[in-house]
Design a protein around this ligand. Structure first.
Ligand code: ZN
Length: 472
């Protein structure tokens, strides 16, 4: 069976760059670096991921909104830390036609500064709270580093939830809900992850604290696919988002945000794919089953009819399928759909029809089996569930095998993936470790119950474990 030019097992990064185009997810030939074209197959995949996110948002009473793309400079400049964090990354609009604008506008890098002046108008009383909103839009950041499809781009397909609460405690409850939402979603994508509380110097600009959601790619590098931020009243004060309490006095809101992006696709591609191409988790696979009629002269009719009957039955079970009756060899069809990662392939030939059976082939293991046509859709459902489970188990093994807890820097240098070391709380000690490991500080485990060891740099008693990893 033909395989991709570069093997995933040999050169992950090259394999990734190749597969995203070969499998028709995107086209990288647009002349602005980091702005790729979503091809139909990739866009369908993204839409299925978005659907799962929307479902989670609706279940938790978030309301979908859609704010303008352009933000006036005066709105943007109200929160100082935030400007410092994003200032160098924004694209500016300076002219309308030939006329310079009185006030510059910027393309949203994220939407706090577009939304919060308006939230201050929407929120009047404690009865308006909590305000739970989200939007799925494109955001823009001027990336200067090497771009990579879905992972580091300048136009980003982005999900952002923004909430306002009466106090810190209620905002903390929201953070808890966000973690549960992330868990549900990532289970469906068969992506195991870690939550880490980012260090002070690497939290989101303007946040009180930031929790990052990271997955481990097979290269041993982590990919941050989302983040959850507790803002306290850091934004509410400059943006004057306050409300009248039950007693009649005024209080500032406490706020949270939760963001994820098309990096989720990057994670799906990287974690589940193999030397033959993508492997799509059934929940988001644009096609879950491809039906390949094996045509012999004189038997076309019965084979095609059987294929169509099966497709109708799959449709009734909400299983996404496609009959590939193109005039090319079955071998070429197998190759195409394996590359695109369709979870199940069904082959129907004249002999299968005679036996009232069909051949089922799994994309993950390549295992083939003959099953009866009667009630085939039930068997197919079971196989899809099992495939999802296997993808999760494999990815979980990759993560577990590459998470280490060690006491010395020397041990850390011998490990790949995510390494946790005791930390005294001093930034310089963490930076020293980053330097030696040529990695980044990922953050503290959020379930952290302290650490009774000693800092491997300065020897002081450790306050916590701290994770480090090379990251994308
Ligand atoms: Zn130290």
């Amino acid at each position: 069976m033909p395989e991709t030019k570069v093997k995933k097992s040999e050169d992950f990064n090259e394999w990734y760059n190749e597969i995203v185009e070969l499998a028709d997810l995107c086209d990288k030939r647009y002349p602005i670096k980091g702005m790729n074209i979503w091809r139909p197959y990739g866009w369908k995949l993204m839409n299925h991921v978005d659907r799962l996110i929307r479902d989670e948002m609706i279940k938790t009473n978030h309301q979908e909104v859609c704010f303008p793309l352009l933000i006036p400079e005066s709105y943007f400049k109200k929160e100082e830390e935030h400007i410092e964090g994003f200032g160098k990354e924004v694209f500016w609009v300076t002219h309308a036609g030939l006329t310079p604008l009185e006030e510059r506008w910027l393309l949203r890098p994220t939407s706090e500064t577009a939304m919060y002046p308006i939230f201050s108008l929407w929120i009047r009383s404690h009865t308006d709270l909590p305000l739970k909103t989200f939007q799925i839009v494109n955001t823009f950041r001027y990336e200067t580093k090497q771009t990579r499809a879905f992972i580091r781009v300048r136009e980003i397909h982005f999900f952002e939830a923004h909430t306002c609460h009466v106090d810190f405690t209620d905002a903390e409850r929201q953070i808890q809900e966000d973690k549960e939402i992330a868990d549900h979603l990532l289970q469906k994508l068969s992506l195991p992850y870690v939550f880490s509380k980012r260090p002070e110097w690497d939290k989101f600009a303007g946040a009180y604290y930031t929790i990052s959601i990271d997955v481990l790619m097979p290269s041993g590098r982590t990919l941050q696919i989302g983040s959850i931020h507790q803002y306290r009243d850091n934004f509410a004060k400059p943006y004057e988002i306050s409300y009248e309490t039950e007693k009649g006095d005024h209080s500032f809101c406490h706020q949270t945000t939760y963001g994820m992006s098309e990096r989720l696709l990057g994670a799906l591609v990287g974690v589940h794919g193999d030397n033959k191409g993508l492997v799509m988790p059934p929940e988001v696979a644009p096609l879950q089953v491809v039906i390949i009629p094996i045509i012999f002269k004189g038997k076309e009719q019965t084979v095609l009819e059987t294929s169509r009957t099966l497709q109708n039955e799959l449709l009734e079970e909400n299983i996404r399928s496609f009959i590939d009756d193109r005039d090319i060899t079955p071998g070429n069809k197998y190759y195409d759909w394996e590359l695109k990662g369709v979870p199940l392939r069904v082959e129907i030939g004249p002999r299968d029809v005679e036996k009232n059976a069909l051949t089922l082939v799994r994309r993950d293991s390549g295992l083939k089996k003959s099953i009866p046509i009667t009630n085939a859709e039930q068997m197919i459902k079971t196989e899809l569930k099992d495939l999802e489970h296997i993808l999760y188990t494999n990815a979980e093994k990759l993560l577990k095998d590459n998470m280490h807890q060690v006491l010395t820097i020397e041990e850390a240098t011998q490990k790949t993936g995510i390494v946790a070391l005791p930390w005294c709380g001093n930034k310089d000690c963490a930076l020293e470790i980053e330097n030696v490991l040529e990695g980044n500080t990922l953050g503290e485990p959020i379930e952290n119950a302290g650490c009774s060891e000693h800092c491997p740099v300065c020897g002081s008693p450790a306050k916590t474990w701290m994770r480090y990893a090379r990251s994308y």
